[in-house]
Design a protein around this ligand. Structure first.
Ligand SMILES: *Cc1c(COP(=O)(O)O)cnc(C)c1O
Length: 427
């Protein structure tokens, strides 16, 4: 069977396939760069696994308190070594990225301390954690104050304003690497390193925490390589490699991670408790696969950018820009465009491919949201997915893809649906 034939059975016309293949030819140098990074990151993970002598005993399940869980403890050493930190907390008991961030913040901030966000408004769900939007059990309720320094118009750090904002009270600096669902550029690890150096120059003992969600393994350095005290993320995004069914991580200095462990479980217990419930094979193997999975997701994002910018749509980042996360924003100009795009992504899925995405209300949003995802793990956004609020500029955020070929099919089918709906014409 030829590629054209199998793509046809999946719903991609010869015209769309040919259009995609032409664009792909122009991306060969980009893809080679992405492969080169994946190779380095794969070696980094392998070195950490070999150094810690990973073996079959580490895959055993533990239950109850989870005392002496060597598999769990060793996985944490593997994460710490791969991210070049003193320690790491990697747990299924961390329910999601927001939870990991909430633990890292609340463990390291005490009443009277100030939290300073220097990359502008943090991710939506952190507004309640911090108390920007009043919420029970927020940091604000516990007497932690909050300040924010906006990014400059070009999306870079406002270093003079950061310098000026750090005060005696400033205990912890928050930096968000990925744009998340904001129309700003993602910060590079090098930029983050510069900002950390400025913070340290003003206040050597300030704690710097980087929200690393969607950023892991996109570059060959992580924020922990450029001075961050803690990097924090979700295992149903990049580092779980698509296999982790749940979990989050915090990697950083021993001092910070110890406090996080006491906050996550209980003072006095810390990292000693927390059964792995049989999840170790998925967490180890997912981390092993993650560099390659992330490279496929990045290729999908670059391909999306190239296809849609060639048709006159505004995309962030462009297909030529350096990548610092796996998120691709495409402004589709109309609700119909968003819907067609999402239908294509959904139709490409291994799970729920027959489902039709329809816009719906979502808590916390002032507009209806349309989402496409057919994932093995609920809500996993390292799996191929797309979503966005139905309001101008009608931007869809595309991310993930456990394999490059699946991401490619998703992009081709999105284009097919746009074409079928008369929303684009191929030149
Ligand atoms: C996804 C994400 C979070 C929150 O993670 P959840 O797992 O959805 O709770 C926080 N920050 C950024 C930048 C994210 O992308």
């Amino acid at each position: 069977m030829t590629a054209a034939e199998i793509y046809k059975t999946l719903g991609v016309s010869e015209e769309v396939l040919a259009y995609g293949e032409n664009i792909l030819e122009t991306l060969a140098p980009r893809f080679a760069e992405i492969d080169a990074r994946a190779e380095i990151n794969q070696a980094k993970v392998l070195a950490a696994m070999q150094k810690n002598r990973v073996n079959a005993t580490h895959f055993a399940a533990s239950t109850g308190y989870g005392y002496d869980d060597e598999g769990r403890d060793n996985l944490e050493r593997v994460y710490a070594d791969a991210f070049h930190t003193e320690a790491a907390l990697v747990r299924p008991q961390i329910t999601c990225g927001t939870h990991a961030l909430a633990v890292a913040l609340s463990a390291n901030l005490l009443p009277g301390d100030e939290l300073l966000a220097v990359s502008g408004r943090p991710y939506d769900t952190l507004e309640e954690v911090i108390g920007i939007r009043p919420s029970p059990c927020s940091l604000a309720e516990y007497g932690v104050s909050y300040r924010q320094v906006e990014l400059l118009d070009d999306g870079s750090f406002d270093l003079p304003a950061i310098r000026a904002a750090i005060s005696e009270k400033t205990k912890l600096i928050h930096i968000q690497r990925s744009k998340g669902y904001q129309p700003r550029p993602t910060l590079s690890v090098a930029q983050i390193g510069e900002a950390i150096a400025v913070c340290r120059a003003v206040k050597p003992d300030v704690i710097v925490m980087v929200d690393n969600c969607y950023g892991e393994f996109v570059e060959t350095l992580e924020p922990s390589d450029v001075g961050a005290d803690m990097i924090v993320g979700s295992l149903i995004k990049n580092p779980g490699g698509g296999l982790a069914p749940i979990g989050g991580y915090i990697a950083g200095t021993q001092r910070c991670v110890d406090r996080c462990a006491y906050r996550l479980s209980a003072p006095g217990l810390g990292q000693e408790v927390g059964a792995n419930l049989g999840l170790m094979p998925a967490l180890y193997q997912g981390f092993f696969l993650a560099p390659n999975v992330v490279s496929g997701a990045v290729k999908g994002a670059v391909f999306t950018a190239a296809v849609y910018e060639s048709l006159g749509f505004h995309v962030v980042p462009s297909s030529r820009e350096e990548r610092h996360d796996i998120i691709q924003c495409v402004e589709l100009k109309s609700p119909a465009g968003m819907l067609a795009f999402c239908k294509g992504i959904q139709a490409a899925a291994p799970v729920d491919s027959y489902v039709d995405p329809v816009p719906g209300d979502m808590p916390g949003y002032d507009a209806q949201v349309v989402m496409a995802a057919g994932a093995f793990v609920q809500g996993s956004s390292i799996e191929l997915s797309a979503d966005g609020p139905i309001r101008p500029p009608y931007a869809v955020y595309y991310q993930g893809g456990l394999t490059w070929y699946h991401a490619k099919l998703g992009v081709l089918l999105s284009l097919q649906k746009m074409l079928d709906a008369g929303l684009v014409t191929l030149p």
